[in-house]
Design a protein around this ligand. Sequence first.
Ligand SMILES: Cc1cc2nc3c(=O)[nH]c(=O)nc-3n(C[C@H](O)[C@H](O)[C@H](O)COP(=O)(O)OP(=O)(O)OC[C@H]3O[C@@H](n4cnc5c(N)ncnc54)[C@H](O)[C@@H]3O)c2cc1C
Length: 456
Amino acid sequence: MRRLEADVCVVGAGFSGLMAARRLSEAGKHVIVLEARDRVGGRVHTVTEAGAVLDLGGQWVGPTQDRINGFAAEIGARTFVTYGEGSHLYASRSPAGASGKPKRFKGTIPPLDPWSLAWLGYGWAELDRRAKKVPLDAPWTAPRAREWDGQTVASFLDRHVRAEPARRMFRIAIEAVFACDPEDLSLLHALFYIHSAGKLDLLLSTDAGAQRDRFVNGMQPVAEELAKRVKGEIVQGAAVRSISQDASSVVVVASTVSVRAKRAVVAIPPTLAGRIDYSPALPADRDQLTQRVPQGSVIKCLAVYDEPFWRKQWLTGQSISEVGPCHLTFDASPASGSPGVLLGFVEGGAARALARQPLAERRTSVLECFARAFGGRARRPEHYVDKSWADEPFSRGCYAGYLPPGVWTSHGSALRAPIGRLHWAGTETATRWNGYIDGALESGVRAATEILKEER
Ligand SMILES: Cc1cc2nc3c(=O)[nH]c(=O)nc-3n(C[C@H](O)[C@H](O)[C@H](O)COP(=O)(O)OP(=O)(O)OC[C@H]3O[C@@H](n4cnc5c(N)ncnc54)[C@H](O)[C@@H]3O)c2cc1C
């Protein structure tokens, strides 16, 4: 066992932990980062397979994500705009469950009948209107916090969106944003999250929202650049199992290394933070919070073709289908446009069901979805890869932790509040772009600032 000493020990080398470590080390603190995986980046993971750079985790950045865009500019990381020339596709589902013929459309709103569009517009505006009333630093203090936290997004939709096709569209949108089913999600959390991004359109839109830009070399090199700017040691393969603290120090213990420091930043999702053994035990409020913030369920699926053949049919590669398991696709081809890559997401209950299938069956199900939208050629990629993030021991689900009903109003204040010498970071603790890379960076800065105030 290596025994190390530092001013601050950071647990986790995702964007949040790396940002905290960078800020602290730049302020002159001796920092050691302990990372469980054998790479930095956490929920971003870029691989090169079949001649394509493939992001198996986080990949997009968009307008108003000033921290990640600012860092990208600092390191000169080249971005490009998600392919958007032509039309998107939308396929409805018949009462018997069969897929309708895909219809072309442009923009964010699919071509529903006028009655359903009116209800979609009403539900959308109502969510945006309510979201503005949720304070970002304390959602539990919103004027109608108890009422909104006492219901799910599904109950909101049942009550306020009276057209079934519009409700189905909201389901797909909610699953796409939270990787959980509307029945699982607190309305208050959804409203907080919308406000945290700005408005619903910024969350959902590709050309003007969170799915707008990608990095030419993928997202993981961006995390690696951040790691290079940490003036301190990053120990990989070091899964932290226990943290003890007394009046003057903390001791953070991983399998092969322990670090004694003045303070620690725990920069991992709440549910994983809850699996660390703390001494003395954490207050009940904090421990119960970590028992109540599950990670979403998502499988990210990528198929590589010799060319992006859908572009020849004047299609963007973006599709929405009411028939799963894959309800959404995007063009994930490299900036050069070759090879062609289709990306599909399977989320929530559908992801849990599909993850139980062997890879060959997952592949067939996903490619069938691609073929319904883009034709038989989509069934014959040169390469297929998917990643089920719930199976990752050091993520246990993605895109992020979400709050089910009742959690914000019963335990919300325990999310960020430091406990003695322990500080909490991670995108789940962010006020702006919660759940996103930008939010992870915000949380790292905030945790570092807390420590610098205490340890002048
Ligand atoms: C499929 C997918 C698509 C996504 N798409 C986007 C997107 O397009 N744009 C966007 O902005 N965001 C996206 N996200 C979300 C984004 O990736 C995350 O919000 C962000 O990376 C979280 O960073 P973090 O530092 O908070 O947490 P993590 O990245 O989870 O970092 C935590 C780190 O701690 C490590 N760790 C865990 N437990 C321990 C332990 N006990 N000891 C030591 N180390 C530990 C983990 O290995 C990890 O490296 C996506 C995520 C996924 C999975």
